[in-house]
Design a protein around this ligand. Structure first.
Ligand SMILES: Nc1ncnc2c1ncn2[C@@H]1O[C@H](COP(=O)(O)OP(=O)(O)O)[C@@H](O)[C@H]1O
Ligand SMILES: [Mg+2]
Length: 370
């Protein structure tokens, strides 16, 4: 893209968009450089993993670009968006070629080490935070590096993770004002998504790391607004393939329009027994359909499944979870062996199983074909 077209723009929104594409290109180049560097130093499986990381990241950025290409600015910036698509495709092709040269068994082994990337959506009260926090910690207990992010301006993930609620969102040094960014703030120039995770993700139990949007008891919503765009950029651009990433998303159907789920390779739709919870799920499902979905029924007693939304996992209503909430404890600390926690462990198995069956890789393949 030409610098003059950026500079001439009195349109801060366009400036933000083009800067975002440049940042994405820098993330891709850094990942590819790491993978190329590993060709002389790393073990074969590590090399394969690094290239799988490049592949996955190119696919996620490409999905994001496809959504952008339908946006308001798309027509004016069509050449820049198309050029960015080419950049992503080049990285994808380089990764494909590098992987093709490696022993297929080694690549399969590396594929098993690629982490889950899960966005959890659903109506308020459905149990998104309970599922996200418990899932993140269970994955961490299985020995994975885990990043758990709270994208809900009504934060609940700190509680279900068992992190003290006093901690706020990204600090002032992580963000900068930009007139073109939604809410007026973005990730500070010069801080990459990987560096942001390293520097600003808070320690959580079981070794998980936590990126909150705001404090759990925050009334003033300007803090979360300062963090939101930066946090989305961090999640979308954090492509370290050995990490599991779990995002607890805001309730309601606006977030899919803004592609909060864009960082994920799988969307978990949590649905409660209430009719309105099912209605929200039905609205959400087509909006997140560019990414494979898994439906989870939560707080179930004896209710039949909602028509047309077959859950892959059913989490029972569990008085021990409700009691943990009253005591201000994470379910995993208060009632580790309870039926609801066991069901979330089953969800972790299901997600892992689908992941290893390679379903989302096939999906990436289609999506990245720009
Ligand atoms: N399986 C369950 N059994 C009993 N209570 C639950 C269960 N799942 C969640 N809860 C409780 O329901 C409430 C809403 O859950 P939460 O995870 O905060 O929902 P969301 O994040 O979707 O708004 C919380 O009080 C939580 O403790
Ligand atoms: Mg919540």
């Amino acid at each position: 893209m030409s610098a003059s077209r950026i500079m001439d723009g009195a349109d801060p929104r366009a400036d933000w968009l083009l800067a975002s594409l440049a940042r994405q290109a820098a993330v891709m180049e850094a990942m590819a450089a790491g993978a190329r560097g590993g060709a002389t130093t790393g073990d074969a499986e590590g090399r394969a993993l690094a290239w799988l990381g490049v592949q996955g990241q190119a696919a996620r950025y490409a999905r994001n670009l496809e959504a952008r290409a339908r946006g308001r600015l798309a027509q004016r910036w069509e050449p820049e968006l198309a050029a960015h698509g080419q950049v992503l495709r080049r990285h994808r092709d380089e990764a494909d070629q590098a992987l093709a040269l490696l022993d297929p068994d080694v690549v399969s082994e590396a594929r098993r080490r690629v982490g889950l990337r899960v966005a959890v959506v659903g109506k308020g009260g459905a149990g998104k935070s309970m599922v996200s926090g418990t899932l993140a910690r269970l994955l961490a207990r299985r020995g994975h590096d885990v990043l758990a992010a709270d994208l809900d301006t009504n934060p609940g993930l700190a509680f279900s993770l068992g992190v003290p609620p006093s901690q706020g969102g990204l600090p002032a040094e992580a963000v900068e004002e930009h007139a073109g960014a939604a809410y007026g703030w973005r990730l500070r120039s010069g801080i990459s998504p990987a560096e942001a995770v390293e520097r600003f993700a808070l320690p959580a139990p079981d070794g998980a790391r936590f990126l909150p949007l705001g404090k759990i008891d925050e009334v003033d919503k300007t803090g979360p607004k300062r963090s939101l765009v930066a946090l989305l950029e961090v999640l979308l651009g954090f492509g370290n393939p050995s990490w599991d990433v779990v995002g607890d998303l805001e309730a309601g159907p606006t977030t899919p329009f803004e592609r909060y789920h864009g960082f994920a390779d799988r969307v978990v739709v949590v649905v409660g027994p209430a009719w309105r919870s099912a209605m929200t799920a039905r609205r959400l499902l087509p909006l997140v359909a560019d990414i494979p979905t898994t439906v989870v029924a939560n707080r179930m007693r004896d209710e039949p499944d909602h028509p047309g939304i077959e859950p892959a996992v059913r989490i029972p209503f569990d008085p021990a979870v409700a009691d943990a909430e009253r005591r201000g404890l994470a379910p995993l600390d208060a009632c580790p062996g309870s039926p609801a926690v066991e069901a979330v462990a089953h969800l972790a198995d299901v997600l892992r199983g689908d992941h290893e069956a390679g379903r989302h890789h096939d999906h990436d393949r289609q999506e990245v074909a720009l």
